[in-house]
Each structure stands twice: as structure tokens, then as C-alpha cells.
Ligand binder design. Structure first.
Ligand code: FES
Ligand code: FES
Length: 167
């Protein structure tokens, strides 16, 4: 890795971040996206790479609980942050209620958009507030899905929210 660019500016930075409950201290190039660091350096390949320009939502991760497109988020900004990827949800093979809702509603076809929409739905559930149908659609509007026609995804998100509220 180059440590300086052609103008002599340092491009390497050490960052410390927590991913799925585990602490990492790594050197990154300040031009690297969080998506590249998560997928290529830390091997969290459940974070999907679609458009790479912030349009499709496939690369969504939770940063301190908020859904973010990791392709347009510099890895250097993640210093000190807590990241959750799709790999951080199920424990010992036990799906979370949100993941189960997606299975039960048949909201998964090719699965490419699924990590992102599941994480955005998880953020809604973790917020503890109620969402109207229109708000659920708006919260998921940053995710493109080529397979499901969206209705089943919205059904799954609303099921997860309903079940969480009933607890
Ligand atoms: S890959 Fe990040 S929004 Fe499409
Ligand atoms: S299930 Fe295929 S892109 Fe959404």
C-alpha cells in the first residue's frame, strides 16, 4: 500500500472499529470505502456490492445503529464506530425475528438485496417506534430489488414490526 500520494500527502490511516461485536485495528488507505474494507479486507462478503454509487442499497450496513450505504462512506469515517453487517445478526444458526419474517413472507428471491433490506428493517425494529405503511415504504425506498416486486419485502418488514410491537 502506498503511504503517500503523488503530492506527498499521507494516505494511510490507522482506524479502530467494531464489526459485529469484534474489535479491529487496521491500516486503511484514506481513499478506501467502508464497503471495500468490509468485503475485501475483513471478508464480510454478506455486504453486497451493487452500483457502488449510493443508488441501490445493496451495500447497506448499520453504523451505530443507522443504515448507511457503505460504498459511499469512507472507511476513515468509521474510526471509533460500531458496524453491524448481515453476518452479525443470526447467532449460533438462530435467525433473528426480522430474518424469520423475511423467510416466512417469501421476501427473498435471488437474495442480493436481502442483507441490506433486512438491516434497514432491523434498524426500524430497534428504534422501538411505530411506522405507518407509508413510512415503512419510505424507509425501504433506498433499496432496489430486481426480483420481488417489493410487496413481499414490505409485508416482511411490517410483520417484523408488528411482532416486535406485540412483545
Ligand atoms: S453498492 Fe452501495 S448503494 Fe449500491
Ligand atoms: S431478491 Fe433479488 S434483488 Fe431482491
Amino acid at each position: 500500500m502506498l503511504t503517500k500520494n503523488t503530492a506527498g500527502v499521507a494516505v494511510v490511516k490507522k482506524i479502530a472499529l467494531t464489526v459485529n461485536g469484534k474489535a479491529y485495528a487496521i491500516e486503511i488507505d484514506i481513499r478506501e470505502s467502508l464497503l471495500d474494507v468490509l468485503r475485501d479486507r475483513l471478508q464480510f462478503t454478506g455486504v453486497k456490492q451493487g452500483c457502488s454509487v449510493g443508488e441501490c442499497g445493496a451495500c447497506t450496513v448499520l453504523i451505530d445503529g443507522t443504515p448507511v450505504n457503505s460504498c459511499i462512506y469512507l472507511a476513515s469515517w468509521a474510526d471509533g464506530k460500531t458496524i453491524t453487517t448481515i453476518e452479525g445478526l443470526a447467532k449460533d444458526g438462530q435467525l433473528t425475528p426480522v430474518q424469520e419474517a423475511f423467510v416466512e413472507e417469501g421476501a427473498i428471491q435471488c437474495g442480493f438485496c436481502t442483507p441490506g433490506v433486512v438491516l434497514s428493517t432491523t434498524a426500524m425494529v430497534q428504534s422501538g417506534r411505530s411506522f405507518t405503511h407509508a413510512e415503512v415504504r419510505r424507509e425501504l425506498s433506498g433499496h432496489l430489488c430486481r426480483c420481488t416486486g417489493y410487496q413481499k419485502i414490505v409485508d416482511a418488514a411490517e410483520r417484523a414490526l408488528r411482532e416486535a410491537e406485540a412483545k
